[in-house]
Design a binder for this molecule. Structure first.
Ligand code: DX5
Ligand code: ZN
Length: 229
């Protein structure tokens, strides 16, 4: 499905399934969809670009129908080397947005263009120590930029506070129609500051699935991001 342009400009919570109970993955996703979530964040790791290994296209293919049936979308975050080798597989599996790391893409224009050709929204992700200057002209060829506010690889890490200023600076240089996604350590304590800094897609793994009723966590976080800036 095509992720509608208006969603790029909305404030959306994107629960990351990395912190879900994998033995009940469908139920966990259904729970947050029932709470009104429009974006499901899927963290793909290869054990090379990042130290951890997670999931790939078959899991996306299993979840995508459930997500789409609820009018929601799959936001896949590729923390892998040579992502070009897998763009088609994720497209076929039903991903609606695909973000690739600038650190893993020597030919970023080609990669982003290919993602769009495959009918998906194209995102660029940046590690915490990566200068915004490395985005360069890519802001013109992408639909969203993902700012990592922890080092990619694991859920449940502590938010890096310098990310707030990076988000502020990025918002100023990003075209108005592009989404700014923040990923890592997002919780009730910092989500409003992230919103005020200019983020509008908020990935939350442990803050949603890490304890307590995921439905309640989603509604608390959604209320916080919906408040006036
Ligand atoms: C980290 C992943 C994140 C992770 C976030 O490498 O990209 O999406 O799931 O988890 P929390 O919200 O627990 O930091
Ligand atoms: Zn992620």
């Amino acid at each position: 499905m095509t992720l509608p342009a208006e969603l790029l400009q909305q404030r959306l919570l994107a629960p990351s399934i990395l912190s879900a109970d994998f033995s009940r993955l469908g139920e966990e996703v259904a729970t947050v969809l029932a709470a009104g979530v429009r974006l499901i964040h899927v963290d793909v790791m290869d054990g090379h670009f990042v130290p951890n290994i997670t999931i790939g296209p078959p899991v996306v293919a299993s979840l995508a129908p459930l997500v789409h049936e609820a009018g929601a979308f799959v936001d896949a975050h590729l923390m892998i080397n040579e992502p070009d080798r897998y763009l088609e597989a994720f497209g076929r599996a039903g991903a609606d947005g695909l973000s690739v790391h600038v650190e893993a893409c020597p030919h970023l224009h080609r990669t982003l263009t290919r993602i769009r050709e495959l009918g998906m929204r194209a995102g660029v992700a940046l590690n915490p120590a990566t200068d915004l200057a490395l985005l360069g002209e890519a802001v013109l060829f992408c639909d969203y930029v993902l700012v990592m506010s922890v080092n990619p690889g694991f859920g449940g890490q502590t938010f890096i506070p310098e990310s707030l200023d990076k988000i502020r600076r990025l918002r100023a240089l990003l075209p108005a129609q592009a989404a700014l996604e923040v990923d890592g350590g997002v919780d009730r304590g910092n989500i409003v500051r992230l919103r005020d800094a200019g983020a509008n897609w908020f990935v939350a793994g442990s803050a949603v699935f890490g304890g307590g009723d995921a439905r309640v966590q989603v509604s608390v976080l959604q209320e916080l991001i919906a408040g006036a800036a």
